[in-house]
Design a protein. Structure first.
Length: 181
């Protein structure tokens, strides 16, 4: 008798739970659908900002690597032990083309704490140059996106676009996912 009673209670519990699972709206599919339909404008903006920061960090890493390579190629410079006085000496020796080419050192105070109006003006001019470079980089990125979009519409594969534009396949796929829909 107790066996039959336990069996009946077990079957009832299973039936009730199956009904509850079918009615439950918190399944992964439903939650994903709700989240994808409720994407807010600020979520999109946050995504854009993250992308811009990632691009900026990538550019900075590239500039740092190129600076390291330039310093390693220069026989007079040991990049591990560089100080502000060393930078000033190198600058005065005529190494301006090798070190200051991309304005990487624009924020270093050359005068060891003496900040005159002339130096402030130089740093301000370098900031303007860097801002113009950023604008130029954005234009170049927009041109890449436009070229990739055009070639995609022509029906070229990722490999074909990569060969034609000289861009890596990963970058093309990333641009297609982020910009071209």
């Amino acid at each position: 008798m107790t066996t039959v009673l336990l069996l009946i209670i077990g079957i009832l519990l299973i039936a009730v739970n199956i009904k509850a699972v079918k009615k439950e709206n918190t399944s992964f599919k439903n939650v994903f659908h709700k989240a994808s339909t409720n994407v807010k404008d600020y979520d999109v903006e946050i995504g854009k900002l993250r992308k811009e920061f990632a691009e900026t960090i990538l550019e900075l890493q590239g500039e740092i690597e190129s600076l390291k390579n330039k310093l390693q190629r220069s026989p007079d410079v040991n990049y591990k032990n560089i100080h502000n006085s060393d930078i000033e000496n190198i600058y005065n020796k005529g190494m301006e083309d090798n070190i200051l080419e991309n304005n990487e050192l624009d924020s270093i105070e050359i005068s060891h704490g003496k900040n005159t109006a002339g130096e402030t003006r130089i740093i301000d001019e370098n900031d303007k140059i860097n801002k113009n470079k950023y604008i130029d980089n954005n234009e170049i990125n927009n041109d890449k996106v436009d070229d990739i979009e055009k070639l995609t519409k022509e029906g070229l594969s990722v490999e074909g676009i990569s060969e034609r534009l000289g861009i890596g396949k990963g970058e093309i796929l990333l641009i297609q996912k982020l910009y071209i829909k």
